[in-house]
Structure formats: C-alpha cells, structure tokens
Design a protein around this ligand. Structure first.
Ligand code: FHN
Length: 479
C-alpha cells in the first residue's frame, strides 16, 4: 500500500474556516497526532453531581483502555484503513496485494470470522484489578461501526447470527466485561465513536465498490438534513441503550472529534447526555476536542502536557505501539509505565493505559507482564498516587511531588535499572517538614534542611535489590 507515515495517528478533522478556528486547527493537530482542547476553553460543569464525579475521576489516576474488535484479527490499525482519504498513513501493515476497494469489503466482512473463543471477562477483570487500574475505558464501537454489544439499532454487531461469536455465552461482550469489572469495584467509562462508517446514514453504500470515503459523512448534512437527522436518531438511540441497559456507568468517552456542531456534524450530544443523566446521575462526558459543557475532561493522546493543567485531564497512551492488537508488538516495561504515571499524576492527570486484546480473546502475555509489574509497584507505593493532587514544585531535580491530606509525597523514579541509587537524596521541597518516612517500610529517616529543600539519608537497597535500581521509591514529608 502507499507510503505510510510512521506512527502517525489520525488527526481528527478540526473546525474549518474562521481565523480563530484556523489557529485552533494548527494548535490542536501536531504531526498528525490529535492533541487536546486548550485549557482556557474548558467549561466547568454546573451540575453538582458531575462536579462530585469529577473529583472521583481525579482520585482514580489510572484506567485501563482497551481497543478490541474484528480488526484485531488482522493486527492492523483500528478502522482507519477504511478511510481512503487517510490511506497514506492508515494502511500501514496492509502488506499484502489488495486494492483499496477490496480492502474495505474484506475489512467490513471481518465480523463473519470474529470468534474470540478464549475470552474470559472475569480473568481480564482480575488482571486489571491486580494491575492497580481503577476504571475501564472500552471500545463499545469504533469508527468502523461494529457494535461490541447487543444493539437493537444495528445488525453489525457481535450478537448478530452472522458473527460466529454470537453463539458464545459471552457474546454480549460489553455486558459481561462491564459486569466483571464493576464487581471488582472498577469504574466503567465506555468509549463510543460518534462517527460510524458502516451505517448508511453516515457513509452511503459503505463497503461497496467505487465509493471514495473520507472520515466525514459521504454527503453534506446541510444539503441532506433528513439523512443527517436519521443518523442523529440512530446515534442517540445507541448512546441511550448503552447508558440504560448496561448497568451503572461513571462516564462516556466520545471519540471522532470531527463529528461536532462547528464542523456541521451536530449530533446534539448534550441533549442525549442530559437524558442519560436521569438514569446515570453525575455521568461524566468526554466529548473529545470539542470543548464546551460536555467535555468534562480533556484527553491528550500519546502525550503528556508539559506542565500541570488546572482542569481535569487524562492522557490515553498505548502500552504497546498501537491502540489495537499487533502481532509483533513490544510493550513498555513496568518501569516505563510507572515513570510515565508519576509524571502524569504530578501534573494532576490520569493515565489511561491502552492494551489491544488478541483476536482469540486472550490478553497479550507481554502486556499482562507489564500490567502486573505496574500493579506490584502500586501495591507498595499506591498511596503516593491514588487520591492525590498537584503539589508545588510538582516535578524538580528528578523528584515528582503529590499531596494528600497532611502528607506530601516525594516520588523518586529511576528511568533505568543502572541508575545510581544514592544513600542521600536531595528533595527540592521548600514547605515545612517535621518528619520524613519511607513509604514502603514506614521507617523514619534522618534529614537535614537546606537552602531550597532537604537532604534525606535514605540508605540504599540491600541484597538482591542492590544490583539494580528500584523502579522508584517514595518519601513521605510531614510537618
Ligand atoms: O481515531 C481514534 C483512534 O483510532 C484511537 O481510537 C484513538 C484513541 O484515543 N482515538 C482516535 C484518534 O484520536
């Protein structure tokens, strides 16, 4: 297939025309990776239940994002190979002889072979819990329109008779996944794509020969208002069924930011969210990149803001190299993920770490190993992460700071296992400190105050641990 941009991520279409919008477009889309709404465009919700839920969200710090669908069989990027206009970068991995039109037909037919027979939702939930993740962000429907739940509004779904998995006891994947995670106390935030490239009220003749498609509708909604209204009704119906038939939800995460009013693709999301909040009081809504009252938190993708943000935010970052399953993927080590998490939490954000499950229903072994290693560290040092908030100077001299109640946590991470682990640690914290304890052992540590901070006699890891630097250690500073 044509030249591909390495690791390019889709740059969702940003608002067109208008100087302000053009400026927004340049700022928001950098090198093909869709960034996130500007902090000064954030609108704090007025609903006290939503504000309270936002505080719950900011306490969780770590979510498990999962991209799963029939595309997993091919091990290629989710949905995007369907968009001819994005073919240059999106048809990476399409390294077999096939035309674009044939590709789209075969892609849309992947539902006929999707049969993840080894799927065990309870096992996934156990792994997520042990990994220390606190909520699930699961692709109920990606841009390709395939529904991973028993939708009453589409036959392009995992429970339809033409999908082999429909005969499996876990066929309604969302129902079983949400129940398994909820039973273990994890939050549920369904991912839902506002764009749907299978339904003909968005893409006419989807998958038929000779229809060049870009990521937007295959017609102009202004010129076809009835058609667009059909799509709005379809979309709102699906959002309502997910929000009323699948148990308690903590939020909904809406992807495909180009589907928005300023782009002439208004699905009137606020209307359906307010209806949903009668069933799900306080429901969070992440209408990504759209801004306004229904983007309750912003969602940097594959990146971390330079500095703390004063608004709720969550970085969605892949554990491997892609959101969807790739056959020869490599995964970030527990050390890399914890360093990333400490950086994000010190800036006041959450990390949604993404894993792409295999087409057979198992989670990739390498991903599970990293998740469990992350959970092991969090089982010892989680107090410095969960429920904390930003603490000046948030990050300095290699120390990340967080705070909770009357404790400041100084998190010293070691990016490599050959990092030197000094017995004396300089902590650039200028607040009042009366006592320092090691979070893991509870041992009181001697310290000397100095100009701009304090030096703590931390001692050094002994025995086997002495051979390589720990992932990180945490010092509790109290008045
Ligand atoms: O287009 C999607 C992409 O496939 C993936 O789902 C990411 C995950 O955050 N969101 C969109 C790109 O911004």
């Amino acid at each position: 297939m044509g030249e591909e941009k390495k690791d390019a991520l889709p740059a969702a279409e940003m608002p067109v025309d208008g100087e302000e919008e053009k400026k927004e477009k340049e700022e928001a889309v950098q090198d093909g990776v869709h960034n996130y709404s500007r902090e000064d465009r954030y609108v704090w919700p007025e609903d006290p239940k939503v504000l309270k839920k936002l505080e719950w969200f900011r306490d969780q710090k770590l979510g498990l994002m999962m991209h799963w669908g029939p595309y997993s069989q091919w091990g290629i990027v989710e949905s995007w190979a369907l968009s001819d206009a994005d073919a240059v970068w999106s048809r990476r991995g399409i390294d077999w002889e096939i035309t674009g039109e044939e590709l789209k037909k075969q892609y849309f037919a992947l539902n006929k072979t999707f049969n993840p027979a080894r799927f065990e939702p309870e096992k996934w939930a156990d792994i997520a819990k042990t990994a220390g993740t606190r909520y699930l962000l699961f692709t109920t429907k990606h841009h390709d329109g395939f529904c991973m739940w028993d939708s009453q509004y589409s036959d392009y779904k995992v429970t339809a008779p033409d999908c082999p998995f429909s005969a499996n006891r876990y066929a309604d994947i969302c129902a079983h996944l949400f129940e398994s995670f909820r039973k273990r106390g994890l939050g549920i935030i369904p991912y839902f794509s506002k764009a749907d490239w299978h339904v003909d009220s968005y893409w006419k003749e989807a998958g038929e020969k000779g229809t060049y498609q870009n990521r937007g509708p295959s017609y102009d909604p202004k010129e076809n208002p009835e058609e667009w209204e059909r799509f709005v009704t379809f979309t709102q119906n699906q959002i309502m069924e997910l929000g009323t038939r699948y148990g308690h939800l903590d939020g909904m995460w809406f992807d495909a930011g180009w589907v928005c009013e300023r782009n002439g693709q208004d699905i009137r999301l606020g209307e359906v969210i307010e209806r949903l909040r009668k069933y799900q009081p306080g429901l969070l809504c992440a209408d990504r990149t759209v801004g306004g009252p229904y983007e309750n938190y912003v969602t940097p993708e594959q990146c971390v803001p330079e500095k703390p943000l004063s608004i709720p935010w969550e970085s969605c970052i892949t554990l491997g190299t892609s959101f969807s399953f790739a056959y020869e993927d490599s995964y970030k080590s527990p050390r890399e993920v914890i360093c990333l998490l400490a950086d994000i939490v010190a800036k006041g954000g959450n990390l949604a770490i993404n894993v792409g499950p295999q087409p057979n229903g198992c989670l990739p072994k390498g991903a599970v190993k990293s998740l469990l290693g992350m959970g092991e560290w969090l089982s010892v040092y989680g107090d410095a992460i969960y429920g904390t908030r930003v603490c000046a100077p948030y990050k300095k001299d290699g120390i990340a700071f967080t705070k909770k109640e009357d404790t400041v946590y100084a998190i010293q991470t070691f990016p490599r296992e050959d990092c030197a682990v000094e017995e004396e640690v300089w902590i650039p914290y200028e607040g009042a400190v009366g006592a320092v304890t090691a979070l893991d052992s509870g041992e009181k540590l001697p310290f000397i105050k100095g100009q701009g901070g304090l030096t703590v006699r931390a001692g050094r890891p002994c025995g086997k641990r002495a051979e390589k630097a720990p992932i990180g250690r945490v010092f509790c500073l109290q008045r």
